[in-house]
Design a protein around this ligand. Structure first.
Ligand code: CAP
Ligand code: MG
Length: 397
């Protein structure tokens, strides 16, 4: 029988086996006490069951029957209500961390997953092998649509491949989304005319559930080349609604603002690996997973494990471009590429717009740092005859 497997690390005064049984009851047919209404047939068919206990790592693997998680129409919200529902608050359990989930192919195949994946995104902009470099326009909020597009244009002229809104820029009165989209589209066309390079830009369409598809479709009619969603703010169902909409044919860039509330505490919550699995299922083409070396927390093991999952085969679903972002500047490029490889989107906000020479110089410095890495030349040496990189080295060393 096919089952959904969820692996939990549990801390409790109960034995591991009893603690795991509490999860099984709460997350399937039972509750805290015996029920007169629970027929043995229901119990047999729908009970979650402990299938493995590991006392050393304090982990229990629990199998949920796929009948319990009906094939459709519940999707990821329903899946989460089983594998990551009430259990986190049970007073009998001190801490619980959802370490991993394994979904059978019958479930994964109900989802279309990413429309583009790494290869699709690379084909769109014509960059085959190297890491992509991008920028988050800064200040995070406050620029008008025209100013936002001007900053992006400068960064694109400087050599970046990709630009994006920040997670808290959506459709504010000072920067209406559709006007921003039109201005950015003009900047993209201008860069193409002047340099022959195709660049793309993620418009943040995060909004309420009943509006997100409409906002996304409007953004597309106004020239959007990529759409961004704050996955934990809008929810996985919002990503899926966009990914599985036949009219939406641009990549989806997935930001994970808020993830640390789930991922950071090693004793409790949900790992980034699980969140990444759901983002791929929902149809994200690019996902923030961390840098190891930048301003945000996240261990090397964690980031590499998540990126490996995103890049590898998963029941035929397209793969996902991992995004390294947060406190990135040109001097970190060698370490990021060394740790995370070439199938990566590397983004810098402050590390571009904080360059002493401004945005265009900052983008040039980022590109020069990448060129140095690709030619295996030490940054300091490459900086000798690359002014923008030299200025970046002086500022951030
Ligand atoms: C980066 C960023 C991203 C973080 C999120 C920011 O800007 O735009 O939101 O990367 O972290 O606002 O911090 P800087 P993560 O380049 O100026 O740091 O990617 O780990 O989810
Ligand atoms: Mg940001």
């Amino acid at each position: 029988m096919e089952e959904i497997l969820a692996k939990y690390r549990i801390e409790s005064s109960l034995s591991l086996a009893d603690a795991a049984e509490e999860i099984c009851k709460e997350e399937s047919v039972g509750t805290w006490t015996e029920l007169k209404t629970l027929e043995p047939e229901i119990q047999k068919r729908l009970s979650a069951n402990v299938i493995e206990l590991d006392e050393e790592s304090k982990t229990a693997t629990i199998a949920y029957s796929i009948d319990e998680y009906s094939h459709e129409p519940g999707g990821i919200p329903q899946l989460l209500s089983f594998v990551a529902g009430n259990l986190f608050g049970l007073s009998l359990l001190k801490h619980v961390r959802l370490v991993d989930i394994e979904l059978p192919s019958t479930i994964v195949k109900l989802y279309q997953g990413p429309k583009f994946g790494i290869e699709g995104v690379r084909n769109l902009i014509g960059v085959k092998k190297r890491p992509l470099i991008g920028t988050i326009i800064k200040p995070k909020i406050g620029l008008s649509p025209k100013e936002q597009a001007e900053v992006f244009y400068k960064a694109a002229r400087g050599g970046i491949d990709f630009g994006k809104d920040d997670e808290n820029l959506v459709n504010q009165a000072f920067c209406p989304l559709l006007e921003r989209t039109r201005q950015i589209a003009e900047a993209i066309d201008k860069v193409k005319e002047e340099t022959g390079r195709k660049v793309y830009y993620a418009i943040n369409v995060t909004t309420r559930a009943d509006r997100i598809v409409e906002v996304a479709e409007d953004a597309l009619s106004n020239g959007a080349t990529c759409l961004m969603v704050d996955m934990l703010c809008a929810g996985y169902a919002a990503i899926r609604a966009l990914a599985e909409d036949g009219k939406i044919n641009v990549p989806l860039h997935i930001h994970r603002a808020g993830h640390a509330a789930f991922t950071e505490d090693p004793h409790h919550g949900i790992t980034m690996l699980v969140l990444a699995k759901l983002a791929r299922l929902a149809g994200g083409d690019q996902l923030h997973t961390g840098t190891v070396v930048g301003k945000m927390k996240g261990t090397k093991e964690e980031v590499i494990q998540t990126n490996d999952f995103l890049k590898n085969e998963w029941f035929g679903l397209k793969n996902v471009f991992p995004v390294a972002s947060g406190g990135v500047h040109p001097l970190l490029i060698p370490r990021i590429v060394g740790l995370l490889g070439r199938d990566i989107v590397i983004q810098a906000g402050g590390g571009v717009h904080g360059h002493p020479g401004g945005t265009e110089a900052g983008a040039k410095a980022l590109k020069q740092a990448l060129d140095a890495v690709l030619q295996t030349i030490p940054l300091e040496e490459y900086a000798e005859d690359h002014k923008e990189l030299r200025e970046a080295v002086e500022k951030w060393k």
